[in-house]
Design a protein around this ligand. Sequence first.
Ligand code: SF4
Length: 303
Amino acid sequence: MRASRRPLLVPKLRLGTPERGKGAEVPKRSLGTRSKSVSSPDPSFPRTLTLGRKRLPFPSPPVRARPHAERGDEEECGEQRGGLRNSLDSAGRAVYLIAMAKPESPSASDRRSRRVVVCAHCVLNQNAKLEGLARWPGMIEEAVELIRRSGAGILQMPCPEMRYEGIGRFDKSVEQYRCPAYRELAGEIAREVVGQIESYLQWGYRVPVILAMDGSPSCGIRLASSAPEWRGPVAGQYWKPPRYIREPGVFMAALEEELKRRRIAIPILGIPEGPDLGSMGEVLGALGKVLEGRVDEGGGRGA
Ligand code: SF4
């Protein structure tokens, strides 16, 4: 097994809520200015976000996104796009933060939660899995139940392997899926999904987490199945079982790249595809935390 651990792409992220009734005092030093503090006018609004050891103010006052054409200010769109706002990490790189722009509901009877969890296709449909690998009859009920109780909706990503080869496919290693055609397909799906995520964020919705599938050569985030020797005729061969490498699968790699390109930071949790690939209890615990807004574990990698 190769053990190349990749660095975290996303800094630690923690939300802070100020005391009600007063504007939050936030050290302005964290933005690189000289004054000591800044007050936010809206006390009902989470105001601080911690990146590693840095506390940064949330947009204040909250920004309501408008379509580019309506604003006619392309310049501003790059810096401050509705629910997204960029800041600098400790290395001085620009990072888009997920800001909670206060939405203006078009109707008082509209009950939406404005929270969307993004899931690998088979979290909701185990029938898409390679035959022999489905651990649940239909949905991964424990995870779906947590999301249901939180009031969030679900954006189900397409299954890249179903699109590529359908349900009658043979097992493949991450090395085989790293062929140009599959990478292109993975990139195409990633652009489509991240485009939808960006739209939600621009309009003040929250996307608290993305659920991946650890062990899959496509949708693993911490682990992908590897068998560099697999090739040639399938029938009658003695196949060495796959090993697991600490790298993302082809589709998750494309998704991370697209999120990074658009400077969107969302934690990604990997549900273990097999019982020996991680603790389901730990993943559910981490999922519960992010859904409750207790995002004190960092980053772009799963539990
Ligand atoms: S892990 Fe990804 S590629 Fe595999 S069945 Fe699930 S959605 Fe499809």
